[in-house]
Design a protein around this ligand. Sequence first.
Ligand code: DQA
Length: 144
Amino acid sequence: MTDIIYVLNGPNLNLLGTREPEIYGSDTLDDIAAMLQDRAVELGLTIEMRQSNHEGHLVDWLHEAQGSDAKAVLLNAAAYTHTSIALLDAIKAITTPVIEVHLSDPETREDFRHHSWVGLGAVQCVKGHGPQSYLIALEAAAKL
Ligand code: DQA
């Protein structure tokens, strides 16, 4: 059985491709999923890719990742990164390692993006590399 990596994506990431392309680029979330899928096969991993605009779904899926004995979670919590103590608590409530992912580098953007609640629980953060951030995070997850 291959190791499972959950890739969880938060609000507005369903609009990647058309959403602020000058910040997030022109790849869609499906493009990113396809790229991850190709690399996952090479690494002998299985990807479980999800997106929701609802905070509670992300909390439930973090719990599910633990229940499914996933090897790791890649989490781009999008704006919830900067607001959600519920996500931090969920990350702390599970033993599955969580790697924080961002397309942009929030620390170089508006002040309100500088704080990450997710980062207080994540084992690592990969940011600022566009879609490559997900690939770098997947490589890191494979090595955990
Ligand atoms: C983001 C950065 C967040 O600040 C923002 O709210 C997002 C996307 C990123 O991937 O760069 O929605 O997580």
